[in-house]
Design a protein around this ligand. Structure first.
Ligand code: S3P
Length: 175
């Protein structure tokens, strides 16, 4: 196993779990959003504001291809990464994809407190945010569910989820 991709909606815990998994596996952790910001010397919010979402998706796609050449890495992707171009195939072909599946209610609670740096939701009221989560997740589910491992991340604490994932990662089908 050389690459593990964590996929799922904004606020699903990809970064927290990604860091934990990387530490336990002794892999390098890469947050794709941070990688994009470093390589382009620009914050995600600035890319959206100056060039728009389509331009961001092109950059995200190119950066995904770059990180796919790294070995022994856990990569937490952006919420939209698997849903554009052939990104989900690229990830499935180059490593193990894990979908952190979270209910709309939990996502809403988490994202209400974490909108500021997320250009797609930063100006939304609570009602608009709830609609956005419902509509966007309905469209994205078909990409997310192409992951090899799907894990509910609602109730359990990150340590428990991490341990469960480690045992799944080490099953013969996923190694
Ligand atoms: C996005 C999610 C963000 C970031 C960008 C777009 C999305 O990443 O890539 O703001 O389309 O869901 P996180 O899922 O890490 O917040």
């Amino acid at each position: 196993m050389k690459r593990i991709f964590l996929i799922g909606f904004m606020g699903s815990g990809k970064t927290t779990l990604g860091k934990m998994l990387a530490e336990k596996l002794d892999y390098t952790f890469i947050d794709l959003d941070h990688y994009i910001e470093k390589r382009n010397v620009k914050k995600i919010a600035a890319i959206f504001a100056e060039s728009g979402e389509d331009a961001f998706r092109e950059i995200e796609h190119k950066m995904l291809i770059e990180v796919c050449s790294f070995e022994n890495v856990v990569i937490s992707t952006g919420g939209g990464t698997p849903c554009y171009f052939d990104n989900i195939e690229i990830m499935n072909n180059s490593g193990l994809c894990i979908y952190l599946k979270i209910s709309n209610e939990v996502l809403l609670k988490r994202l209400q407190k974490a909108k500021e740096f997320r250009p797609l939701i930063k100006d939304k009221s609570d009602t608009d945010l709830a609609c956005f989560i419902y509509e966007t997740l309905s469209k994205r589910e078909k990409y997310y569910t192409q992951a090899s491992i799907i894990t509910p991340n609602d109730e359990e604490n990150p340590d428990e989820i991490c341990n469960k994932l480690l045992s799944l990662i080490h099953t013969p089908a996923n190694t």
